[in-house]
Write a protein that binds this ligand. Structure first.
Ligand SMILES: *Cc1c(COP(=O)(O)O)cnc(C)c1O
Length: 322
């Protein structure tokens, strides 16, 4: 819907990070856009805003930011680049619920924003999402696209006496059952978030080698590490990257150490997962965006190879039991 509302046409260019889920790109590729990929910053998977401007061409229409792990991108800089070049800013806030950038909720900063309620997110309804519209000029058309290209919403408000086909659209709306399932969780957002934040804190203490108050947790961690054949060097997250506790990840020196550690956890009955193969290096890019396929985006590749996500969900037992 965001791509439709920005009226993305074949040949238009859209800038987005290579280290993201395919859906970020697919929305625009479905409208015929060419995707131009940005690398991540060295110490966080979020896009490096200093690399955006050099990628802008006369065909560029939009910048799509991804607030990875609910940690905000540098929106001030990104908005000023967008304003200067007259570009849309769309926030992929799929992981961004209940997280803030300078006291503004993620998803309320760009022209449009997309939240996900996929089962892997903090608040979920199995599948589904939410479109945030921060540009009032877009509301009317959004409603029509959402209602399968009809003016049914206006009809329900009594503004027209019958409704019909006025634009393109699809069945973007969730069922009542799905919405009810979601609503119950939105009502509990505070307690869900406080549980997740406390799990995140426990992980942070567990992996914070500098911490002296968490000797017992560190011992568990040392035990896990000593099971690894080589010495595994982990970069743990900084406290500033707590975000909305969507995710807790570890960063290894290389892919081998990551898989070694993942196997140790698996043997302890703990599922850890990695994700996002750099999109610019994908089969699809190779075929459709060969110039992008040939680019070097080293930070994105490093996150693809070295990042490992630890389990984080409401019912997770105390982390000290790890
Ligand atoms: C989960 C996720 C998506 C996809 O969300 P859907 O609800 O499956 O469309 C897109 N982008 C990011 C960054 C995500 O984490």
């Amino acid at each position: 819907m965001a791509a439709l509302l920005c009226d993305i046409q074949p040949g238009d260019e859209v800038i987005l990070p290579s280290f993201t889920f395919v859906s970020t790109a697919n929305a625009f590729v479905l409208r015929g856009a060419k995707i131009v990929f940005v690398d991540s910053i060295a110490d966080h998977p979020n896009m490096d805003e200093s690399l955006i401007e050099e990628l802008i061409t006369p065909k560029t229409k939009a910048i799509v930011v991804v607030h990875y792990a609910g940690v905000p991108c540098e929106m001030d800089g990104i908005l000023s680049i967008a304003t200067k070049h007259n570009l849309w800013v769309i926030e992929d806030a799929a992981q961004g619920i209940d997280s803030f950038y300078k006291e503004k909720a993620l998803g309320s900063i760009g022209h449009l924003s997309c939240f996900s309620f996929h089962e892997t997110k903090n608040i979920q309804s199995g599948e589904g999402g939410l479109l945030g519209i921060n540009d009032t000029d877009l509301i009317r058309r959004a409603e029509i696209l959402w209602e399968k290209g009809t003016d049914r919403a206006a009809f329900f408000r009594g503004e027209v006496n019958k409704y019909g086909w006025v634009d393109i659209g699809s069945s973007f709306l969730p069922s009542e059952v799905t919405a009810a399932f979601l609503w119950a969780q939105l009502e509990e957002l505070k307690s869900i978030q406080s549980r997740r934040l406390s799990i995140w804190d426990s992980y942070f203490q567990l992996f914070d080698k500098g911490s002296t108050t968490t000797e017992i947790l560190s011992e568990t961690y040392q035990k896990l590490l000593s099971q690894a054949s080589g010495k595994i060097d982990i970069t743990w997250q900084r406290i500033e990257n707590k975000g909305n506790a969507h995710m807790f990840y570890l960063l290894f020196q290389n892919e081998t150490e990551r898989s070694e550690f993942s196997t140790i956890l698996k043997n302890e009955g703990v599922l850890s997962v990695f994700h996002y193969q750099s999109l610019h290096k994908s089969e699809y890019s190779k075929k459709h965006f060969p110039d992008q396929y040939l680019r070097e985006l080293p930070n994105s590749d490093r996150y693809s190879d070295c990042l490992l996500r630890l389990p984080i969900f409401y019912e997770l037992p105390e982390v000290s039991m790890l």
